[in-house]
Design a binder for this molecule. Structure first.
Ligand code: IMP
Ligand code: MG
Length: 187
């Protein structure tokens, strides 16, 4: 069983993603090259893992990496309400770091506005910037500033390159839109 038959269309190809990853990494290098604080590349589990591993290889400055897990949707395609941390960073105090949060997609902004505030105000990060590969502005509920952005996309549910539907499709190397019948099977 493979995933190709479930995909209605490819929205962003592997090559387009590669281009965006390089562009973002270069922009980050410019922004941090003169800082005396180390960069902490902070990936959000699980969706940002694929993007983060490609991005960090292109980022040519001193850096550490870590992961954070914020409570997510559960299954289905709509955002849930309550937010909590399911996995914490190794450091409790981030005042020695310029933190770059790596996110797969900014949707309603509920998760990220909470997380950015938490890193700044509870964990005392020296600075916090947000990098999101995808941005769905039509869905925004909370105002969140994106410092590094890959692609602006329409209000469609996408999978692949880390993004899931019911925890599947994360290992597709490109980003696609699912056929409607795939959702219906799971209803
Ligand atoms: P937000 O708090 O609504 O911005 O939620 C963002 C999170 O929702 C992302 O990190 C994804 O895990 C998930 N999400 C939002 N839109 C999509 C999508 O189109 N495909 C897969 N996951 C999505
Ligand atoms: Mg996510």
């Amino acid at each position: 069983m493979n995933y190709e038959n479930d995909i209605a269309k490819v929205l962003v190809s592997e090559e387009e993603i590669r281009g965006a990853v390089k562009r973002i990494a270069k922009q980050m290098e410019q922004d941090y090259k003169n800082s005396d604080k180390k960069v902490l590349i902070m990936g959000t589990l699980k969706g940002a893992v694929v993007f983060m591993s490609d991005l960090m290889k292109e980022f040519n400055l001193r850096a550490e990496i870590d992961f954070i897990k914020v409570s997510s949707y559960g299954s289905g395609t709509e955002s849930g309400g309550v937010i909590s941390l399911k996995a914490n960073p190794d450091y409790e105090d981030l005042s020695n770091f310029n933190v770059i949060v790596i996110e797969d997609i900014l949707d309603t902004g509920n998760t990220l506005s909470w997380l950015l505030d938490h890193l700044k105000n509870k964990m005392n990060a020296h600075s916090v910037k947000l990098c999101a590969l995808f941005n769905k502005p039509d869905r925004r509920v909370k105002d969140v500033h994106i410092d590094y952005q890959g692609f602006i996309i329409p209000d469609e549910f996408i999978v692949g390159y880390g993004l899931d539907y019911n925890e599947e499709y994360r290992n597709l190397p490109y980003v696609g839109v699912l056929k409607p019948e795939v959702y219906n099977i799971n209803k």
